[in-house]
Design a protein around this ligand. Sequence first.
Ligand code: UP5
Ligand code: MG
Length: 196
Amino acid sequence: WSKDDVTVIFVLGGPGAGKGTQCAKIVTDYGFKHLSAGDLLREEQDRPGSEFGEMIKSYIKEGTIVPLEVTIQLLENAMQATREKDNKSLFLIDGFPRKLDQAHAFERTVVPSKFTLFFDCPEDVMLERLLNRGKTSGRADDNIESIKKRFRTFVETSMPVVNEFQTQDRVAKVDATKGADEVYEDVKKTFKEWDI
Ligand code: UP5
Ligand code: MG
């Protein structure tokens, strides 16, 4: 497939900012395919026979970033499968890129993103959401120790990605502290501004 007929929007924001929640809403209204890098990594971790299972597990628990080759390959495979099956060319890439090397590699070797939808949320709000979700999510990283590590990685490793895109005027920032429906109203406004 040609890069020219693919639209990619990166969806970034801290752990628990509401990326997955908002992506689900966008999908129902705009016909995007939602690809969560975290979900793809968790699937790969649980896939019998995966050579990366143990490695992914430890990175996720420690809240650190899995080496880019693995994540980019999973994303590319999922994009390819979507193209073949659904003939879709609009992708929301959720929770990626969260390190500068990933951002550069993806935009060079796969396709440049149109812009980044960034959900801005303070840590106290994210913490409350994650602890609450942790009661039922079964996610190995929804506990206080892992959450603190995820916050730290976000600030030190992932915010530089947002800041770099910002210098290129390719970030749309949305306040993620309000209720999910109110946040989504702002997402819709943003999409209009970006001709989506
Ligand atoms: N909620 C959502 N919106 C709300 C709102 N407006 N008001 C009140 N409550 C709201 O939401 C989290 C919780 O908050 C839910 O209970 C929801 O109902 C509620 P969710 O939409 O799930 O937030 P999200 O931002 O998607 O949070 P998530 O925990 O998925 O974010 P992370 O970025 O931490 O997780 P992800 O799955 O992307 O990554 C996990 C790990 O995978 C990373 O830590 C890393 O180790 C690894 N990873 C990589 O190594 N490389 C990658 O490229 C990607 C991931
Ligand atoms: Mg998520």
